[in-house]
Design a protein around this ligand. Structure first.
Ligand code: LLP
Length: 415
């Protein structure tokens, strides 16, 4: 969606990626605003008629322009750092729709969030409850809090992005929840607002999500019987997208299951999707530098690398690689590994792909809108790519390409 061929050339909405490469250079992330809006609309439609909040998970793609689009759609924001809070505010996001998650919030971050009057802090440990209570007391305010409960459900996804099992660092143990809620309820500087969970990312089927929702609801009912009424239930994010041709449950399947269970309950339903909003709304555009045929493998060396998109190296993630020009003159057809210039064997973007390319050809690494630019680094002193958003028929630069000078401007030589 958002990226289709027109007259044999891959376009972002109606703008050719060749034109974008010419104007902004490569490597370059390109986003489609229309695709982001369509993805958001799918959540809005599935939740229509229910008091709900779609809190976009900022970590997936935190470019200010992306956050600005989300703010204009009326989204809330799921954040995990003071830095992300600052971005949300800079992009015009409403702090009253911000939930602050994460296992390691510092005192300064807690203070920043309370001063900004966020909707709630999602607490992940008993120690954190003590810290938030103390900061709130010092500021003379009541801190709105929810607990992130670990429902001990197997999300059946990649172990690095699975978060809902007992031995993960995330959330409080299910069996401790009631005790911690009772403790929090007695504290003068704490207001209990909700309960949440998040079992992992890139969930392919709705079943574990719905299991987790059932366990969280059962807990909410138990708390209500103990006199602890909550105003929201946050079921997290994790809705997977299709990278290859894997079966992927539609958003509505996840949400209909949860909505069924919530029928007749008055709590606001929150979800915090990241990947499913921005994942397929972005590509990494890269240019072929060299063809390197070999005895056992052929390589296409491109100008993007693992520092620009680390998912293949880190998770063995599969991203589709498309030729920007479907048919190119002088192209050499073959089966290639698509690799970058970084000095690591893990520096690949794709393996064993049938392509017909030549030096100078453009390739688009698809579905790179989520966990792409945000996880980039400057390894090998490589300036990070530019980011471009296509909006209303125009390609707009939303982040300048870094310069090498910027990379070491904060460093100092010894005297
Ligand atoms: N809520 C919480 C509490 C989370 O920890 C996450 C993601 C989300 C929401 C959003 O999940 P999503 O809807 O995007 O699946 N870097 C990995 C993904 C890490 C996800 C971390 N938490 C990747 O590239 O696949």
């Amino acid at each position: 969606m958002g990226f289709d061929y027109r007259s044999g050339v891959l376009c972002a909405e109606q703008i050719s990626l060749e034109d974008i490469a010419r104007q902004f250079g490569t490597p370059c992330y390109v986003y489609s605003r229309a695709a982001i809006e369509t993805n958001f609309a799918r959540f809005a439609a599935a939740l229509a008629g229910r008091t709900s909040l779609i809190a976009y998970s900022v970590k997936a793609n935190s470019n200010l322009a992306v956050l600005g689009v989300m703010a204009r759609l009326g989204a809330g924001f799921d954040i995990v750092s003071g830095g992300e809070l600052a971005r949300v505010l800079a992009a015009g996001g409403n702090p009253r729709k911000v939930v602050f998650s994460g296992v390691g919030k510092s005192e300064a971050e807690i203070e920043q969030a309370l001063r900004a009057k966020v909707l709630c802090l999602n607490l992940e440990s008993e120690a954190e409850l003590g810290r938030v209570d103390a900061v709130a007391a010092r500021l003379g305010v009541r801190a709105p809090v929810a607990f992130r409960v670990n429902p001990d459900v197997d999300a059946k996804t990649h172990p690095y992005i699975s978060t809902g099992l007992k031995d993960n660092k995330f959330g409080i143990a299910y069996d401790d929840a009631e005790r911690l809620y009772r403790d929090a309820a007695l504290r003068e500087n704490i207001t209990l607002t909700g309960i949440g969970c998040h079992i992992g990312s890139q969930l392919a089927s709705a079943a574990p999500f719905i299991d987790a929702a059932a366990r969280i609801l059962a807990l909410a009912e138990r708390l209500a019987r103990a006199g602890i009424e909550l105003s929201h239930i946050d079921l997290g994010g994790g809705f997977g997208i299709r990278y290859q041709n894997e079966r992927q449950a539609p958003i509505a399947e996840f949400l209909d299951g949860a909505l069924g269970m919530l029928a007749g309950r008055k709590e606001m339903l929150m979800v915090d999707p990241g990947r499913s909003i921005v994942g397929d709304a972005g590509v990494l555009l890269t240019r072929v530098e060299y063809l390197k045929p070999g005895e056992s493998k052929n390589f296409v060396v491109v100008d993007a690398a693992m520092n620009d998109l680390v998912r293949p190296a880190l998770y063995g993630a599969w991203h589709e690689v498309r030729q920007v020009r479907e048919m190119e003159s002088d192209a050499v057809a073959g089966v290639y590994d698509v690799v970058g210039p970084v000095c690591e064997s893990a520096d690949f973007l794709a393996r064993e792909r049938s392509l017909a390319v030549r030096p100078g050809s453009l390739l688009a690494v698809m579905s790179a809108g989520a966990y792409g630019m945000v996880m980039s680094s400057n390894y090998n002193t490589r300036p990070r790519p530019a980011e471009v958003m296509v909006s209303a028929g125009a390609a707009l630069l939303v982040r300048e390409r870094e310069t090498v000078d910027q990379l070491f401007a904060a460093e100092r030589l010894l005297p």
